[in-house]
Every structure is written in C-alpha cells, then in structure tokens.
Design a protein around this ligand. Structure first.
Ligand code: GTP
Ligand code: SPV
Ligand code: MN
Length: 590
C-alpha cells in the first residue's frame, strides 16, 4: 500500500489541511508506508487478517465465536494512565487543579522528540473519523494518525470512519488532529497530551484504550468538553438509554458513572420478567454530547459507533444482551482462553487454561482475564440498539443520573431538588477507583460528574457552564443520584443490580411524569420503600429500608469532604455552589 494508491478519494476532494498535516507527520515520523483508511468492511477484514498472520491477533473458536479475535496488550499497558495525561493550555489555571498541566510549547517540544523517526519500518494509518452520525449537525470530525494496526481496527469499529468522514471534514473545514504512536511501549516514555486551544492530541508510548483510541476520551471528552463550553453544550461521560414503559411512552435517560461503574450494563439492561411491558433501547454506553434544543429540552447524541466494554462480570444472567452481542465480530483484549480457544473471563462457568498474558493459567497469579479486559464491538451488534442511534437530532433527555461505587453512605437513589441542586449533587460525587485506570483499586476519590479524568478544563469553569446550560432550559431534565454498590457488613452487595436497576429507573420516570411519591430526606428527595416496585423480587423489606436510609452523621462528614474539595477551586468556584452547600448542610441538620 503506497501513499497515493490508497487515497480513499480523489486528491482534489480532500481537505488540504488534512493532506498537509499527514505529510508533515510523515516527514517527522518516517514511516515505511502510509495507509489511508476508507472505512469499508473489506479493509477492516484485511487488516485483521494481517494481524492474525503476524501473530498479533489470535483467531478465536470459529464455531462458538465467529469472526472474533484476541489481542494481548503489553502487560505494562493495560489501562488509562491518568498521571501521564496532560492538558496543555496557555494558562495553567484554565486546566485547573483537576488536570496535569504542561506548557503547550514545552509539551510540543517534548513530543516532537519522541515522535521523530518513531514510525521507521512501520506503516502509518490515517483514520478520518466522525464522532456522531455523519449527517448530524451535532457531530464533530477528527483524523487519527497511528502506527498501530490494532488501534486502527479499533477506531474503525468505534467511530464512523473513512470516506464519509473525510468528505465531511472537507465540508466543515475543521477537524481534531490526533497523532499517536505506540513508540516502544515504554512506561517512562509515555504521554497523552491535549491541546484544546489547537484542537489537537499527541499520544505516545501506549497502545491501550483511552490512551490510544483518540476519538474516545481524548477527543470526545477532553477536547469536546472545551469546545462544548465555548459553544454552549455539554460533552459528558454518560450512557444514553431509552426506556419504554407499559404505557408505551419512551423516556431517555443519560447517566454518568465513573469508569467500570456500570454504564455499559445499564445502557443495555434486560427488564426483569416480573416488570412486564418495559422495553430498553441503547443509544450509547460511554459518552454523550448534550445540546439545549429549541424546545427547551436537552437533546443527546452518542458520538461513538461501538462499545469498548469491560468484559469481566458479563454473562447470561448479568447482561444477556452484551453476552450475546460479543459472540461474533468482536475484538477481545486481554481475556483468558479455554482449551478450545474460546475467550474466558471471571464471571463465566468453566475453566481457562491460558491467562490474559498467554501463560498457563495459575490462580496464584491472580485473575485469568485482566480486570480491565475489554470487548470492542459495533453498536449495531447490540440486540437492544435503539432505532434512534443514528438520528441526527439525537434524543430528548428526561432525566440525568449521577452514580458512584460506594460501599456505604450513598443511598440507592435520591433526586435533586432542581437543576441547580443537581449540579452540586454531581460535583459532590465520589467513587471507589477501578481497574480502568492504573493505580490502586477500591479507594474512594472525588469524581465530579464522573469526569475527573476527562474534563479538558478547570472544573470550576465546568460547573459554572453546567449552571448556565441549565438556566437556558425551560424543560430541564430532572437530576438523580444512584448507588448500585452499597454493601452489608459481610461485604455483600445489598442491591442485586443489573436488570433489577430498572425498578429504580421506573421510579425516576414516574417522577418525571409527576406520578411517583418522594419525601425530603435531608440530602434531597428519596422514594419511600413503597415507591419502589419490588414485585417478584426476593428483597427483604429491611434491606430496602437500609438501601434507602440516610445516615446524617456520615453525610455531615461527606459534606465536609465535599466542601474541602470544592474550596480547592478558590475564587473560580461559582458562588451559587457555596450557597447551595450551606443550604445542604442546613437541610441535613433538619
Ligand atoms: P467504562 O467503560 O470503564 O466507562 O465502564 P462502565 O461504566 O461502562 O462499566 P460497566 O457497565 O462495564 O461495568 C463495570 C463492572 O461493574 C462490570 O464488571 C460489571 O459486571 C459491574 N456492574 C455493572 N452494573 C452493576 C450493577 O448494577 N451491580 C453490580 N454489583 N455490578 C455491576
Ligand atoms: C473508561 O476508562 O472510562 C473507559 C475505557 O471507558 S477507556 O477507553 O480506556 O477510557
Ligand atoms: Mn468510560
């Protein structure tokens, strides 16, 4: 494949800015060849065949898992690296205390040295992509250059990539530049740099997930959140799900949970048999772009075209939709293998013989599948995929949900009093860390709006922006907080979760329709046990009472922690939030 022969369209129809940028990167990185991705299925199949031939991908059991493959990443490269992720704005204050910051010139100089000659002997892939339906005014385009065929294949699954995106770039006249090289996969020469003022990303030294698939967290959250503030919309770490109730009304909910805290599962949940008449439609499982509409409502699109989902825990009982979806046309990363080359992970029956690193499985070395092992699959494979997934207008949002992973303190659900209170509820979020990022797992940390690793600017400005967006909505979504992860003293989950979460969503939808009850529990509006439909569930009444209880002492402590955290933002913190925090303390005191 040479430069010219692989051009997906005549040179005259290409954006000059794209070709010039590709040429300048080619000169800097010195690849052996250049491949322009056209986004066709035959291209993807060809790349996969080459990766199989090179031994980089393993073909899985073709009877049980047709067209499925396993990729094993470098054992030191298995998750996002937040400590090596930087926002490079001219002013450090614009990045805020929530981000690592580097001066843009210093960052460019550092990266230029890393990229110089980095692709010698390798093939450079040019991936034009569109985040969001290509015909949507809400979509935004980018071009990723990478020297990893695995990253290229993943981007082809995860985004609307190829010729149509290039055409749209020529039409829009603008695109996000994402330059990526796996380098030597050396953790000491690994950086994920963002230049929101230039709409560009430079990522070196990792081939994994959010570090390397630049359309995802780098573009659709960090860069897009910056653009969204300037343009009056929101780019959020949220799933989007449509729920049709037995009255045949469909409500869309957008929910922000931190990494590995249940978005994919909630986005494609299976209603429990004892709640007949409900249907669920997935619009998105990780990222939502939310725009105030002319009708005063908030409208959402999913900028992605596929899922990069957590594998462990996925089975027929927890998530039948996902389980069936990943049985064909799926790229697995870092799962284990059975004797007959089926993928295996914790949460499945049976036994693996090979662990995620390709070694004979030995339980003494930890789980067989990496806890952050993932599936990459096109959204259209999801049996619950919404017919509106490519609707250029998006879908109207009835409710926004914030949720964390908290073994104590946070109740199963409560509702904010209004949008403004909801912003404080979102900003007050904390959650236990997970394997989605490197570092210790299970430690509670502040994670406002589940955006701590993903907000491309100062959180104080971000909360102000949230308040401003809300003020522009005449029919704002209601805002709720949930916690599926409360535990008893023995460490067992109090709430069964997964499909049963619909019972909580049903209460929210009834609240939106003005039909469900609630009482003021000091922290916000809580359902009484009778307000949650528990028909057909084997949940003890005292368990439900515990799930809906608020321990005033623990919450006072929580409010203190929130205040200390928010005060880090000093003068930039919106005064409204300070006032509301005082109000919350007063409400809790009774
Ligand atoms: P990212 O892709 O990292 O942003 O994660 P996510 O928020 O989409 O998380 P996901 O749905 O993949 O869930 C992560 C883990 O939590 C999986 O191991 C799930 O099995 C588990 N999980 C999801 N929902 C529930 C739930 O309702 N209850 C319990 N106990 N576990 C859940
Ligand atoms: C997350 O960590 O929130 C993910 C996976 O969704 S990654 O693409 O690696 O960011
Ligand atoms: Mn995520």
């Amino acid at each position: 494949m040479s430069t010219a022969s692989a051009l997906p369209m005549p040179m005259s129809q290409l954006s000059r800015a794209v070709t010039e940028w590709v040429e300048s990167v080619r000169q800097l990185t010195q690849p052996a060849e250049v491949h322009w991705c056209d986004g066709t299925p035959s291209e993807r199949h060809g790349l996969i065949a080459e990766l199989v031939h090179d031994g980089q991908l393993l073909r899985l059991n073709p009877e049980q898992f047709p067209d499925c493959h396993l990729y094993r990443s470098h054992p030191d490269d298995v998750a996002r690296v937040e400590h090596l992720t930087y926002i490079c704005t001219r002013s450090q204050a614009d990045a805020g205390p929530n981000n690592n910051w580097m001066d843009p010139q210093a960052a460019h100089a550092k990266m230029r040295e890393l990229f110089r000659g980095a692709m010698r002997g390798r093939r450079l892939y040019v991936i034009p992509y569109c985040m969001g339906p290509v015909d949507s005014p809400l979509a935004r385009c980018g071009v990723e250059i990478t020297d990893s065929a695995y990253v290229a294949v993943s981007m082809l699954i995860m985004t609307h990539a190829g010729r149509a995106a290039l055409q749209r770039i020529a039409h829009d006249g603008t695109f996000v530049r994402g330059l990526h090289s796996i380098g030597e996969l050396d953790p000491d020469r690994r950086f994920i740099m963002h230049f929101p003022e230039e709409l560009s990303i430079e990522s070196f030294g990792s081939g994994y997930g959010g570090n390397a698939l630049l359309g995802k967290k780098c573009h659709a959250l960090r860069i897009a959140s910056w653009q969204a503030r300037a343009e009056g919309w929101l780019a959020e770490h949220m799933l989007i799900v449509g729920l049709r109730n037995p009255r045949r009304e469909t409500h869309y909910i957008a929910a922000a949970f931190p990494s590995a805290c249940g978005k994919t599962n909630l986005a494609m949940l299976i209603p429990p048999a004892s709640l007949p008449g409900w249907e669920v439609f997935t619009v998105g499982d990780d990222i939502a772009w939310l725009h105030p509409g002319a009708d005063g409502r908030l409208w959402a699109i999913n900028p992605e075209a596929g899922y990069f989902g957590v594998v462990p825990g996925t089975n027929r009982q927890t998530n039948r939709n996902a389980y069936e979806m990943i049985h064909r046309d799926t790229l697995f990363t870092n799962v284990a293998l059975t004797a007959d080359d089926q993928p295996w992970w914790e949460g499945l029956e049976g036994t693996p013989i090979t662990d995620w690193q390709g070694r004979p499985y030995d339980p003494a070395r930890g789980p067989a599948a990496h806890p952050n092992s993932r599936f990459t699959v096109a959204a259209e494979r999801n049996p619950a995929c919404s017919p509106h997934v490519n609707d250029p207008r998006g879908v109207p949002i009835s409710a926004i949900v914030f949720g964390g992973r908290r073994r104590e303190v946070a109740p199963l659900v409560y509702e904010a009093r209004d949008w403004r209170h909801g912003v404080l509820v979102g900003a007050s979020m904390a959650s236990e860390t997970t394997a989605a990022a490197t570092g210790e797992v299970g430690v509670v940390r502040r994670d406002p709006m589940a955006m701590r690793p993903f907000c491309g600017y100062n959180f104080a400005d971000y909360w102000r922006h949230w308040l401003e967006v809300g003020a522009r909505l005449s029919r704002p979504p209601r805002i709720f907080q949930v916690n599926w992860f409360r535990r008893d003293l023995q460490g067992r989950f109090l709430w069964p979760g997964f499909g049963e979460n619909l019972r909580v969503l049903a209460w929210m939808i009834e609240r939106c329709g003005g039909r469900a009850g609630a009482h003021d529990g000091g922290i916000g509006l809580l359902p009484r046990p009778a307000d949650i439909d528990t028909r057909g569930m084997s949940l003890e009444p005292e368990t439900l009472r515990a799930l809906l209880s608020v321990d005033a002492e623990l919450w006072r402590h929580e409010l203190d922690e929130t205040r200390t955290y928010l005060e880090q933002y000093g003068e930039r913190l919106p005064e409204q939030m300070r006032i509301d925090l005082k109000k919350s303390a007063a409400a809790l005191a009774g």
